[in-house]
Design a protein around this ligand. Structure first.
Ligand SMILES: Cc1cc2nc3c(=O)[nH]c(=O)nc-3n(C[C@H](O)[C@H](O)[C@H](O)COP(=O)(O)OP(=O)(O)OC[C@H]3O[C@@H](n4cnc5c(N)ncnc54)[C@H](O)[C@@H]3O)c2cc1C
Length: 430
């Protein structure tokens, strides 16, 4: 059943901004409620961000990690999907404005627009570095790296200017996974693809300003990550920040310079700027400060979840589980309110943290202090990601295809298509 046009709707209307992990959980949780849901997303697909690094390093293609939102909700009749970018929220009038379509009135609003990459003001990052926040980012990075190899194959002098070298900035899970994946791409794909190039001399450098990788993990996992990356050939630099990124090099704060045509920026995120348009108090990183039930202070009809939100007492990490669990919680609170019941506080269940280190190793830290590492950790990581992916796709042949592609690199994920190549060229006229 479609919602009524603004101004004439009779059923309670919930507007959900963002079809990320949090947004999907909210909308699924409202399946049997007497509400009309309008799900607004800037894209017509949901992105499984934890596997974007695989797209950037040619292990998977975009359609392995992105799902049409309309397909996900094909059978849920109280949902209307709108592909539009929300540009403004008028919380007094309870209206959401977007770059397409009419303004959308709401009775309850849930903001789940996620986070964006931030340069922290480091010169040259916005102009010359690749972020890894979206499917388009991942494809642009992959196209650029492979494009540099193609260029060096026709002009070998480019190799000495850093054309084949990649610098990854930020030693959190994204940077660690990306650096390991990039080294896999070099050794498993680009070495046999480019026999005319000395790919063994191509560098992957991981730069982390803090004194250890994976600072949110145990020290043992940090050490394991460093050792694992070093073993596959990644150069790990810790305790030194990035001062500047130029089209030809990365300048470190201690004055060192690393020649490279490819800089990946995985050093930080901040809340999506739409948070600012709510006109409410924001916390660190521009996150919307929420009450214990995840509603916004003085705006009980507005909830915020996932990366864009933060509890004022205990801000949760910007990872998938807080978004998923928060989304489910908000759906339950909306139902409780409709039933005339008071809302309940959100209780987060920490399920632990995982990161891969190259193809067959991973670290996993659990809240009870247990740890997994190496191949066992990687099997646990693979199993978890397959469970979540299968939650979306639920088809055995997809599992087989996905596992085959992932394990073998045997696919065309390294094709240079015109559109994406020009995007990469635009981002970086090297
Ligand atoms: C490369 C990478 C790797 C990661 N790896 C892991 C991992 O291994 N484990 C883990 O737990 N977490 C990981 N994360 C973090 C995790 O993906 C996020 O914490 C999670 O996606 C947050 O969910 P969310 O619902 O808050 O936002 P998102 O999932 O980011 O979804 C936000 C949605 O809002 C939409 N949107 C944005 N702006 C607008 C707008 N103006 N109008 C309409 N729609 C809009 C977007 O299109 C998107 O669909 C990773 C993140 C990245 C980028």
């Amino acid at each position: 059943m479609s919602p009524q046009p603004p101004g004439s709707h009779r059923r309670h209307r919930v507007v959900m901004i963002g079809a990320g992990f949090g947004g999907l959980a909210v909308v699924k949780g409202l399946r049997d409620q007497p509400v009309d849901v309008v799900l607004v997303d800037a894209h017509n697909f949901h992105t499984f961000q934890p596997l974007l690094y695989q797209v950037a390093t040619a292990g998977l293609d975009v359609d392995d990690v992105a799902y049409a939102i309309r397909g996900i909700f094909r059978r849920q009749r109280n949902v209307e999907v709108r592909m539009a970018r929300v540009t403004r929220i008028d919380a007094d009038a309870r209206v959401v404005y977007a770059d397409a379509g009419p303004p959308i009135e709401y009775d309850t609003l849930v903001v789940g627009a996620g986070a964006v990459s931030t340069s922290y003001g480091v010169p040259g990052v916005d102009e010359h570095a690749f972020a890894l926040k979206s499917a388009a980012d991942a494809v642009a990075m992959r196209q650029h790296v492979i494009g540099r190899f193609e260029a060096a194959a026709t002009d070998p002098s480019l190799a000495s200017t850093g054309a084949l070298d990649v610098v990854v900035c930020g030693g959190g899970p994204t940077g660690v996974e990306l650096a390991g994946g990039m080294m896999e791409l070099f050794t498993k794909v680009l070495t046999p693809d480019f026999p005319e190039l000395d790919v063994a001399r191509a560098r992957v450098v991981l730069v982390e300003a803090g004194d250890r990788l994976l600072s949110a993990f145990s020290e043992a996992s940090s050490d394991h990550a460093r050792e694992g990356l070093t073993r596959v050939g990644v150069e790990v630099l810790t305790g030194v920040g990035v001062a500047e990124v130029t089209p030809a090099e990365v300048v470190l704060v201690d004055g060192r310079r690393i020649a490279t045509h490819t800089v990946a920026w995985a050093a930080g995120v901040r809340a999506h700027p739409i948070a600012g348009s709510l006109g409410v108090e924001l916390g660190r990183g521009g996150r919307i400060l929420v009450e214990p039930d995840l509603s916004v202070r003085d705006r009980p009809e507005v909830f915020a979840i996932g990366d864009i939100a933060a509890d004022r007492e205990h801000p949760l990490p910007q990872v998938a589980q807080p978004a998923i669990q928060g989304g489910r919680h908000v759906a339950r609170q909306i139902a409780r309110r409709l039933a005339g019941q008071p809302t309940e506080p959100f209780r987060y269940v920490d399920k632990g943290s995982m990161a891969t280190i190259g193809r067959h190793r991973a670290v996993a830290d659990f809240p009870n202090g247990r740890r997994l590492s190496g191949f066992v950790g990687w099997v646990a990581w693979l199993g978890l990601h397959l469970v979540y992916l299968m939650g979306f796709r639920n088809r055995a042949n997809v599992l087989v295809n996905w596992a085959w592609n992932y394990l073998t690199y045997d696919r065309g994920a390294r094709l240079l298509t015109d559109e994406a190549t020009s995007r990469a060229d635009y981002r970086r006229a090297a």
